[in-house]
Ligand binder design. Structure first.
Ligand code: MLC
Ligand code: AMP
Length: 504
């Protein structure tokens, strides 16, 4: 029976003893071993009464087991909902509740905190730790290693990835089998992945980049993955001689460039370095080429669309640009007010349409209608320009978003918490340049005149609800926020005022 995504990514490897994952310690997992694990998990889903169309929320460490959960969901027609391991119980509570998750999988260390949350939203709760153990694997161990793949179509849902919003409420982007598969096929072709490749994989697997771009492409092409639990320079340098390709956010590249062991010799055999998720500074691109002789291939994507554009594999990879629209993806630059296409060279909203574009936000028809036009064009919230040679430049954002080390942070979510703190009249959260993370978070506070403002207490208090990477690295107090004549806070002015805070 057909299940397009499962068949293409996983089913094609049935019975193969080729290596799928090579762990940091050198141990390996073959395609067949991986598929057997996934089948056991899929059988356990059925036993737990988690069925076709149900959502499984997964907040577990990066491991072969967590990837097998993804495969099992696809095979069983279940919607995979991966969550950043840095999220607090408060944050997970929202995702579990909003998605109506049937099952939450977490690390044992989080069991206590998540038990009341699972109970409140009527979800089952099982554990799966970074070493592969836990109540879920205990139960799965006795399951059959074969599972009858559930019939699906390209239009059926495969995953929900939550993306924060300008109002502070996260939205579940509904991705179909067709969205994921079409993009993986395109990228395998464009970036020339084959079964001879070995991808250095140090990205987290709860976001588009590490999960769909890196993993789906490797599976589709039959490439090996050098699977690191997380980013670390030592590990990357040690494994690089065995790799042919690497994908990363710009912070990966700046950190590698800062290490004396990262040399031309070390990278000579490499076929391809890909960067995305945040702007790669032209100076990083140039510095990388000077040191290694390789030009990083920069591409542009997002949760709702997977990848939209890419610099060419053959041909000029132009620093400071994200290349051309991928085959099958239409991209236009429009006027924010009228929505009409702008002449070549002008700056405007980037809109994209194609088989990669998601189906909408889960149970948020109004939000979907605001961003996804009836004709299928998605308003990305990024500002761009197309140069005379057709290269797309991202020149800014029309959305109030901070990207720190490749993680998206929406100021509103933090402002809502800061505004609730004792002594705070109002707040504005901005992103300022940071040498390691590209951008980092600064909270600007106005005191309410009661004399109760305590910055340490505020940091402590918001810590309980917000993942660490979202915490303001600095809080500053001002007498008033700059506003325009309409009363709107002028974040641009604040960003300008504090732009050298971490770089000078
Ligand atoms: C970790 N920390 C961060 C952070 N990552 N702070 C700000 N921004 C980040 N990105 C904090 C931790 O909370 C901790 O704080 C301290 O840094 C050390 O934690 P760590 O885990 O040791 O950090 P490190 O390993 O150095 O992580 C940095 C990183 C990681 C850059 C390697 O963030 C990372 O892997 N980023 C990739 C994100 C990604 O995959 N994005 C793709 C999104 S998909 P403390 O205070 O406790 O010490 C997408 C679409 C597309 O955007 O186009 O791809
Ligand atoms: P996310 O919502 O996490 O998927 O992040 C998507 C956003 O990351 C995009 O809307 C862009 O703002 C940004 N982004 C992704 N790739 C690039 C890139 N190569 N250059 C600049 N910004 C990027």
């Amino acid at each position: 029976m057909p299940n397009p995504l499962f068949d293409a990514l996983f089913g094609q490897h049935q019975g193969k003893s080729s290596v799928f994952l090579q762990m940091a310690d050198g141990s390996t997992i073959t395609h067949q071993e991986f598929l057997e694990l996934a089948a056991q998990y899929a059988n356990l889903f059925t036993k737990l009464d988690v069925r076709v169309g149900h959502r499984v929320a997964v907040q577990i460490a990066k491991s072969p087991q967590s990837l097998a959960i993804y495969a099992a969901c696809v095979q069983a027609g279940i919607v995979f909902l991966p969550l950043n391991t840095a999220y607090t119980a408060d944050e997970v509570s929202y995702f579990a509740d909003n998605s109506g998750a049937a099952l939450i999988l977490c690390d044992e260390a989080r069991l206590e905190g998540l038990t009341p949350i699972a109970r409140a939203c009527g979800a089952k709760l099982e554990t799966l730790n970074d070493d592969g153990r836990g109540s879920f694997s205990d139960k799965a161990a006795s399951m059959a290693v074969e599972f009858e793949t559930v019939d699906r179509t390209a239009d059926d849902l495969a995953a929900f990835l939550y993306t924060s919003g300008t109002t502070g409420r996260s939205k579940g982007a509904m991705l179909t089998q067709g969205n994921l598969l079409s993009n993986a096929r395109t990228l395998v072709g464009e970036w020339k992945f084959t079964a001879d490749d070995a991808l250095l994989h140090a990205l987290p697997i709860f976001h588009t980049h590490g999960l769909f771009v890196a993993t789906n492409i490797s599976l589709l092409a039959g490439s090996k993955i050098l699977f690191m639990p997380k980013f670390d320079v030592d590990g990357l340098i040690e494994l690089m001689p065995q790799a042919t390709t690497m994908m990363g956010v710009p912070t990966f590249y700046t950190r590698l460039l800062g290490d004396a062991r990262f040399t031309r010799d070390l990278t000579q055999h490499m076929r391809l370095f890909v960067s995305g998720s945040a702007p790669l500074l032209a100076e990083t691109h140039i510095q990388f080429e000077e040191l290694t002789g390789h030009r990083i291939l920069e591409r542009y994507g997002m949760t709702e669309t997977n990848m939209n554009t890419s610099n060419p594999y053959d041909g000029e990879r132009r620093a400071g640009t994200v290349g051309f629209p991928l085959p099958g993806v239409e991209l236009k630059i429009t006027d924010n007010n009228s929505g009409k296409s702008l002449p070549q060279g002008e700056i405007g909203d980037i809109e994209v349409r194609g088989p990669n574009v998601f189906k909408g936000y889960w149970q948020m028809p109004e939000k979907t209608a605001e961003e996804l036009r009836a004709d299928g064009f998605f308003i990305t919230g990024d500002l761009g320009q197309i140069d005379e040679d057709g290269y797309v430049h991202i020149v800014g954002r029309n959305k109030d978003l901070i990207i720190s080390g490749g993680y998206n942070i929406y100021p509103k979510e933090i402002e809502l918490l800061l505004d609730d703190e004792a002594g705070v009249l109002e707040s504005a959260v901005i992103g300022v340049p940071h040498p390691d993370f590209g951008e980092t978070v600064v909270g600007v506070l106005v005191e309410d005149g009661q004399g109760t403002l305590d910055l340490d207490a505020i940091k402590q208090n918001i810590g309980g609800s917000l993942a660490r990477f979202k915490h303001p690295q600095r809080l500053v107090v001002v007498t008033e926020l700059p506003r325009n004549t309409m009363g709107k806070v002028q974040k641009k002015e604040l960003r300008e005022r504090y732009k050298d805070m971490f770089t000078s």
